[in-house]
Write a protein that binds this ligand. Structure first.
Ligand code: ADP
Ligand code: ASP
Ligand code: MG
Length: 439
């Protein structure tokens, strides 16, 4: 029999009505054996995600704020409300009480955040009649905080073989010293991929609130169409650049195992969604680009020095300064006597002066400056290699919209073209490119 791993995001598990929809989806297909749960998300636009509430409660408890108890009661009500409305004969108050005390007694920020998925996983397992496997016992990190894929794959695989059906909470695992650690935000997608690999699933279904990976962010573009098929590589480019529908690291566990991912809509389960596969052809001249995504908040370190091109080791010395400051760079567009390094502005916080000073001292630059407010937009498509003039169309679109391009970078794979514009031009630029390619 086939095995599918199904991950449901926060909006798919936000309230009792969504729990019912989720149960219908799972029961409709007996191969949907392993379920990865997120914490309850927003029920409406101005609602709070339980994960955010737990981070907030952790801060209140840490500061011994008199509002802490009242605030925690709101978190309790999210779970109690779901249980009550589903008519379940189940009392979660003991667990809620334990978690409240553990957070108040400083079990750590990650522990606090992880309880959103933990508690939701318990409720969902009970509701479905599935076993509950605590991620704490099967997902492992190393001492340095990186994910330990081999240890996890062995232990998780052994555990899953003992269960016909199970719910595994997403987002967290365990450090060697027994404390809880979470992945970065949106990390339940990663847990889903890890479970899919461990059980050698035929398919990893990722259920969310949109009918697949759309060509661009639906909050910025008017009705972007869903992408039918996308490669892992294209998806990574887009999700890394802000298409937050799937965590950019969630492709690694499944990619090498050759397990496809299917993004589906919990609110429209009949829609086919998007298939994410290792390779795809089917070049369609009407669909040269697969998708567009963008991210604000980058800075450029501009370095100028006469005859930089002839100075062996110049680039290495500059990059070493970034390494010493624990900063990774995004792009490195260069001219003959200029070098620009694009980095996330947040990575420079508190280190600007030190970096400028070090660059001046180490490479004796003629001029060094840091410019902020850069937004990067990635136009991604496996069809671009075969379609001459794609770059020209992008630049045309940006020019016609009256926007100034601050940076251009095309990867050697010809899979994507990245342009940098001012933060405030992001929405206009994205719409202009979208309209150029989607008629
Ligand atoms: P979940 O809670 O199911 O994990 P997320 O909120 O993490 O869902 O991701 C889904 C959201 O991602 C969508 O509601 C949409 O607003 C946003 N999004 C951004 N870019 C895209 C895109 N290219 N395609 C689809 N959704 C996108
Ligand atoms: N609940 C976590 C978050 O809000 C993880 C996830 O939703 O994937 O980031
Ligand atoms: Mg998500």
């Amino acid at each position: 029999m086939q095995t599918k791993v199904v991950k449901f995001g926060g909006s798919s598990l936000a309230d009792a009505q969504h729990f019912r929809q989720v149960a219908d989806i799972i029961h409709a297909d007996p191969t949907r054996r392993f379920v990865v749960s997120s914490a309850p998300g927003k029920r409406h636009k101005s609602d709070d995600k339980v994960t955010d509430m737990l981070y907030h409660y952790y801060e209140l408890a840490r500061n011994r704020d008199s509002e802490a108890d009242k605030y925690y009661a709101r978190i309790e009500e999210r779970y109690n409300g779901i249980i009550r409305e589903l008519g379940m004969d189940f009392d979660i108050s003991g667990e809620l009480f334990y978690v409240k005390n553990a957070i108040a007694h400083m079990s750590g920020r990650d522990y606090a955040a992880s309880r959103g998925e933990y508690l939701n996983g318990i409720v969902l397992a009970k509701y479905l009649g599935f076993d509950f496997i605590d991620a704490e016992n099967v997902i492992f990190f190393r001492d340095n905080g990186t994910f330990d894929e081999e240890k996890t794959n062995t232990i998780l695989g052994e555990e899953l073989r003992r269960h016909e059906h199970a719910v595994i909470p997403g987002f967290y695992g365990c450090m060697p010293n027994g404390t809880i650690k979470t992945f970065s935000r949106g990390g339940s997608d990663i847990t889903g991929a890890i479970v899919a690999r461990a059980v050698e699933a035929d398919l990893y279904e990722n259920w969310t609130d949109v009918s697949g990976f759309l060509m661009g962010d639906p909050r910025v573009l008017d009705n972007p169409p869903p992408i039918e098929i996308i490669t892992y590589q294209e998806l990574r480019e887009l999700s890394y650049m802000g298409a937050t529908v799937l965590h950019d690291e969630s492709i690694f566990p499944v990619r090498y195992a050759g397990i496809p991912i299917n993004i589906r809509n919990t609110n429209a389960p009949a829609d086919p969604g998007t298939m994410i596969v290792s390779s795809a052809d089917g070049y369609d001249p009407k669909r040269i680009i697969t998708g567009i995504a963008g991210k604000k908040g980058f800075s450029v370190i501009n370095i100028e020095k006469d005859r930089m091109n002839a100075e062996i080791g110049f680039g290495r010395r500059v990059l070493e300064i970034l390494e010493d400051n624990d900063i990774s760079f995004e792009h490195l567009p260069s001219g003959i006597d200029t070098m620009s390094i694009v980095v996330a502005s947040s990575a420079l916080e508190g280190r600007r002066e030190r970096i400028l000073h070090s660059i001046n001292r180490q490479v004796r630059a003629d001029h060094v400056e840091i410019l902020d407010g850069l937004c990067l937009i990635a136009v991604v498509g496996r069809g671009m290699v075969k379609a001459p003039g794609t770059a020209a169309s992008i630049f045309d679109a940006i020019y016609e919209a009256g926007i100034n391009i601050r940076m251009i970078d095309q990867g050697s794979s010809e899979l994507n073209i990245i342009i940098g514009v001012n933060d405030e031009d992001y929405e206009t630029a994205l719409n202009a490119i979208f309209r150029k390619f989607v008629k």
